[in-house]
Design a protein around this ligand. Structure first.
Ligand SMILES: NC(=O)c1ccc[n+]([C@@H]2O[C@H](COP(=O)([O-])OP(=O)(O)OC[C@H]3O[C@@H](n4cnc5c(N)ncnc54)[C@H](OP(=O)(O)O)[C@@H]3O)[C@@H](O)[C@H]2O)c1
Length: 222
């Protein structure tokens, strides 16, 4: 059984790939960095067709899990963001998932043991105080994509996960003050860990009646 994870070079994607590999899947991760992993790592840009063609060559068993985790952020606010910058964010965060699925979905068996997961964000529901209309709206698009594909690819299960603030490179630019203030607002009193998100991917593999949903994993922050 194959599991595919985009953005396996660090952070949340690395934790998810590690978990799926540990669960016994032939795990294929994709990122632009050429990293050494226990699982199979394809070095490439997921917005490019040739990267997915490289993945396709490795498919020799059914794909049971497809996690689109890779994402990029732009921090400018609306007035300073160019349309091209926003399109670039959508290319990675949304269109690459559609491109990858168009290439691979025929290898995903049409039954409820197959799972597609999109990693959205708390910001899709709460917005962001630091800008990023491309990021926030693209993460909201993934919620709609999960809902719609759960109907169109049925009975493959398609869900989204909306992480809260999780300790990875994506938030490493935060200063201590911002970190402390955010932690104060989180009922569990800590930021998320990449493994917290991997736990939910594992849960979704088991929880066979969850479909078309977005699972919020944010320590209770709203
Ligand atoms: N951390 C948070 O607080 C948080 C909160 C909510 C949602 N999320 C979401 O969770 C996901 C993972 O976030 P993270 O914090 O782990 O981010 P991260 O540390 O910045 O990692 C992002 C991953 O995406 C890959 N990637 C980016 N552009 C790519 C491209 N064009 N082609 C292939 N791979 C690409 C990166 O690899 P390369 O650079 O090697 O290509 C990296 O592996 C993202 O979708 C993010 O929006 C994160």
């Amino acid at each position: 059984m194959i599991a595919i994870v985009t953005g396996d070079s660090r952070g949340i994607g690395k934790a998810i790939a590690e978990r799926l590999y540990g669960l016994g899947y032939k795990t294929i991760g994709i990122a632009r960095s050429n990293v050494k992993t226990d699982w199979i790592h394809v070095t490439g840009d997921i917005t490019k067709e040739e990267t997915w063609d490289k993945v396709l060559e490795l498919i020799d068993q059914p794909i049971r899990v497809f996690v689109h985790n890779a994402g990029i952020h732009e921090k400018k606010t609306f007035e300073y963001n160019s349309l091209d910058e926003i399109k670039k964010v959508y290319e990675v965060n949304v269109f690459s998932a559609i491109l990858g699925l168009k290439k691979l979905y025929k290898h995903i068996p049409r039954d409820e043991n197959s799972l597609i997961v999109f990693i959205s964000s708390i910001t899709a529901f709460a917005g962001s105080n630091s800008g990023g209309i491309g990021y926030v709206s693209s993460k909201a698009a993934l919620v709609g994509l999960a809902k719609q594909l759960s109907k169109e690819l049925k009975p493959i299960r398609v869900n989204a996960i909306a992480p809260g603030y999780t300790e990875t490179d994506m938030i490493k630019h935060w200063d201590e003050k911002r970190k402390e203030e955010t932690i104060k607002r989180i009922p569990l009193g800590r930021l998320g860990k990449p493994e917290d998100i991997a736990d939910v991917v594992e849960m979704l593999i088991k929880a066979k009646y969850i479909n078309g949903q977005t699972i919020h994993v944010n320590g209770g922050l709203y």
